[in-house]
Design a protein around this ligand. Sequence first.
Ligand code: PMP
Length: 350
Amino acid sequence: MSRFMHPRYAPLDAYVPGEQPRDKKYIKLNTNESPYPPPPAVCQAVTRQAIDDLRLYPDPDALPLKKALAELYGVEAENVFLTNGSDDILNFAFMAFGEKGVAFADITYGFYKVIASLNCLPAQVIPLKEDFSLDYTDYLGLNKLIAIANPNAPTGMPIPLWQVEEILKSNPDSVVLIDEAYVDFGGDSAVELTKKYENLLVVMTFSKSRSMAGARLGFAIGSAEIIADLEKLKYSTNPYNIDRLTQICGLAAVENNDYFIDCCRKIQTTRERTAAALKGLGFTVLPSKTNFLFVSCPGKTGEQLYTGLRQRGILVRYFSGERTGNFIRVTIGSDSEMDAFLAAIKDILN
Ligand code: PMP
């Protein structure tokens, strides 16, 4: 840290994104991207005119995209907030609603801890149960911002909507943020509950189920009041945070929703096949409703599995730490990628 930086950032441990290798071509099962490209309509949307129009600023409201998402999710445009990836929303939400502190699980998306620290918010870290499930009663009556990834990452495990509702009811004066980055792979979305609970913010992304991690597009759905609060922060930092091409591609993606539903189905089928094969090899596989599996193998650490797979041209993610050190998180790729992954695992076990 230079002597010029504000000392409040001294304790900040920045988030470490999954590795983006440059040394050779790997099968990338480490950052929960989709193995399938966006639909052809997204490609067709990037016309010569769209490129020429890059000379102009984008619409800061991204209104056509907002309206399309509102229609898809059965809400109004005033209930939708759009940003440059959903990480941005998480940061805005922590800035806006974290005054009394923020609570999240010990094993969850690592970014929550970073943005709590970035915004100097006291963090209450609540351990998951021994089996990695989340005990919703730990979140009742906390009276502070609550952030829950549902389904959770890196475990892949969901909590049912009635538990989300109990948490909402018992924290009426603070915002409950439900991060649904992976909900399209078999989870139940809390979007309908936003009509009933003004303290609910549901956060989603185009990065996983919609195959557009590279476009950086995230959105949130909530009551008009909390969406307006988030807009205020966006307009106070970077109003043009979604570029023209991303807005056009995002709209084409929403208009081709069936394509994504189909991709999600394929990924779920591949996930179940991979989970069964790993169990057959003696692995522990947590029940996943996401596009990844959190797995461990007796006698091997997560790091050993990661290293063995890397040597065989396959990237996965491992997490150091007492409870997670024996696990790897494996993104579900195409069928042929998962065949290669399973062959590499068998090779390592032999
Ligand atoms: N939430 C969770 C649980 C995630 O795993 C991720 C992806 N790392 C994000 C949010 C952020 O996704 P993005 O910024 O690509 O929308």
